[in-house]
Design a binder for this molecule. Structure first.
Ligand SMILES: *Cc1c(COP(=O)(O)O)cnc(C)c1O
Length: 385
């Protein structure tokens, strides 16, 4: 054991192999940098991987969520039921679409949205449900799809953390009207910045494409494949949310490493479980049969009532010991903007608030060595003393 670690153990380090580097260089030499054959190929592979008919590459998961809402016709006057235990982009996308986020409480052990709380929050203005598969653990999608169907609500999965996750044989992100993935630098599969919308609905896929390509009738690649000049016309005031060829070249290679990545992440998580279960900490909830957890994050919960240091003191001590850490997440309804704009107050969502005070995340990337994993475990023990 060597603590403090110097240089520190990085919280999330992307794995970029020499294949990725070669493919990026080749892409740069190809002379075609955006919306070309690599993006088309990456979309095809992505759809195959999650088992949907269509996949549309975009510039981020934030963009994916935003255009999915627009393409599904969610806007002013509508409510979207979602979880407060998520990255702020989930809620922001709802606000960007002109709708109102309705935050409901979560399960205390997983931090995932509570299906009973969704049901209780349905109003005549409800238009959509946006669950988040926190840390890569699928939500109760059987119950959530049933609620969406029964009430005629659109279901948009924030699968930003869930590539590689499975719910009874179906990929997380493939279970609703649209699934949105993040390909950001710290995610399991990365294009540096990037996102993907998946769906079985051809018309919806076309609308997503339209909204993310300025609202123009055809993209550049499709156009160049035809004969003769064709004009493009703006059908809606869309956005510029395209993926680059460089990003797609990275993504194609990264997607090929998915199973290996998820396996390695599970291994590291199991080692952390073994060490942390000896401490006043709740390790992540057990995984039921039929569920594959994608292990985007390793986030246990501190028994705050049983130990002297607060969760935030624990974070500071871990950083002092050279161990990267983070909080996933502090509840969104208590962020200043959401308090001010929607009048939220502490006490509204007790399970989410308690989760937000107890959760902390430890380094998780496939490059961690046995010694790194041991040092992280030891550092948590030292920090709690
Ligand atoms: C990372 C993340 C996002 C945002 O993804 P970007 O690709 O960075 O826009 C949204 N929701 C959740 C749950 C995330 O973890």
């Amino acid at each position: 054991m060597t603590l403090p670690r110097d240089p520190p153990i990085v919280f999330a380090r992307p794995f970029i192999g020499s294949e990725e580097i070669d493919d990026v260089v080749e892409t740069l030499k190809s002379g075609w940098l955006v919306s070309g054959p690599r993006v088309a190929r990456f979309e095809e592979l992505f759809a195959q991987t999650v088992g949907t008919r269509h996949a549309v590459a975009v510039s981020s998961c934030t963009a994916a969520l935003h255009v999915s809402l627009l393409a599904l016709g969610v806007g002013a006057g509508d409510e979207v039921i979602t979880t407060p235990i998520t990255y702020c982009a989930t809620a922001h996308s709802i606000v960007h679409a002109g709708a109102r986020p309705v935050f409901v409480d979560v399960e205390p052990d997983t931090g995932n949205i509570d299906p009973d709380a969704i049901e209780a929050a349905i109003s005549p203005r409800s238009a959509a449900i946006m669950p988040v598969h926190l840390a890569g653990r699928p939500c109760h999608m059987d119950r959530i799809t049933a609620i969406a169907d029964r009430h005629g609500l659109a279901l948009i999965e924030d699968a930003a953390q869930a590539i590689g996750a499975c719910f009874h044989g179906r990929a997380a992100g493939s279970l609703g009207a649209a699934g949105c993935f993040s390909l950001y630098a710290t995610k399991t599969v990365t294009t540096a910045e990037g996102g993907m919308v998946v769906t079985d609905d051809r018309e919806l896929a076309e609308k997503v494409r339209l909204y993310s390509r300025h609202g123009l009738s055809e993209d550049t690649w499709t156009r160049s494949a035809g004969t003769g000049y064709r004009h493009q016309h703006a059908l809606v005031p869309g956005f510029k949310f395209t993926m680059t060829e460089v990003g797609a070249a990275l993504g194609i290679r990264q997607l090929g490493r998915l199973q290996e990545e998820v396996g390695r992440r599970a291994e590291i998580s199991n080692r952390y479980d073994a060490t942390l279960s000896q401490l006043p900490i709740d390790i992540p909830a057990a995984i039921p049969d039929g569920i594959t957890h994608a292990r985007q994050l390793y986030s246990p919960q501190l028994h705050t009532e049983a130990v002297a240091p607060t969760r935030d003191e624990l974070l500071d001590r871990l950083l002092g010991l050279g161990v990267g850490t983070g909080v996933h997440f502090a509840p969104i309804h208590l962020h200043p903007y959401y308090r001010q704009a929607f009048g939220h107050r502490r006490g509204e969502l007790p399970a989410a608030e308690r989760f937000g005070e107890r959760t902390f995340s430890l380094p998780l990337s496939r490059g961690l060595s046995r010694e790194d994993i041991e040092d992280v475990g030891a550092a948590v023990g030292v920090a709690l003393r």
